[in-house]
Design a protein. Structure first.
Length: 232
């Protein structure tokens, strides 16, 4: 059991020295970073004013989607770091919990539903501390909906649909915790169906960098290599 749980979720206290500088090193000319911060601020505002999420639906869930290699996972981790720093007066403690969606349907397939519940148990335990900010990162979330669609079409056993329904149920349960943000990434947004999309408040496309962004990235790389004496 311990092995299966550890393979599904990893926890990292925030702020983390391993994430220092990542936010500033990510170059986008689309305003994505500002929008992510504004979204988090808006979510906190709704919470502060006790807005009923059943009337104005918000899940504090973000989807970053786009082709592989565009920095979606790095951006999600860096956002967690930024939120931990910016919201530290409200939340003196913070944690990043990463859940790998693709492993829910592999080695322990017949126990997938139970593993989903177990993976989110740690999230709930952290979330019950109102002074702890909990950022949950679900990478490659399309693997959830791919299994769901296959199960609905009859090409996968019932375990698959039970496991995916368990994930959706757990996401719904997270709504009641104002200190939890769910950050998800996907390489294949077309594979994500409405059952999950309905649970995301903000959907942002992360594409390949533009020419000006590439120039900025290259310039910062040369500057760092020069600073460290590798380039003279």
């Amino acid at each position: 059991e311990e092995e299966s749980q550890s393979s599904l979720a990893d926890e990292c206290p925030l702020p983390s020295r391993h994430l220092e500088g990542v936010w500033s090193s990510l170059v986008y000319d689309t305003g994505i970073k500002d929008r992510l911060i504004r979204y988090a601020e808006a979510a906190m505002l709704l919470t502060d004013h006790a807005v009923d999420p059943n009337i104005i639906s918000f899940h504090r869930t973000i989807l970053l989607h786009g082709p592989p290699g565009t920095g979606k996972t790095s951006l999600a981790r860096a956002l967690s770091q930024q939120l931990a720093i910016r919201l530290s007066p409200r939340f003196p403690r913070a944690s990043l919990i990463e859940i790998r969606a693709h492993s829910l349907f592999s080695r322990w397939f017949s126990e997938s539903g139970k593993l989903v519940v177990r993976a989110f148990r740690e999230v709930r335990q952290r979330a019950q501390d109102p002074q702890c900010l909990v950022c949950v990162l679900i990478d490659e979330v399309e693997s959830l909906t791919a299994a769901r669609q296959a199960a609905l079409s009859g090409t996968e056993p019932a375990d698959a649909i039970r496991a995916v329904n368990a994930v959706l149920t757990q996401l719904d349960k997270m709504k009641k915790y104002p200190n939890v943000f769910i950050l998800t990434t996907s390489n294949i947004s077309q594979a994500i169906d409405l059952a999950f999309m309905d649970r995301t408040d903000l959907k942002e496309y992360i594409g390949h960098p533009s020419i000006p962004a590439i120039h900025t990235i290259l310039a910062s790389t040369v500057e760092e290599l020069t600073r460290t004496g590798i380039l003279l």
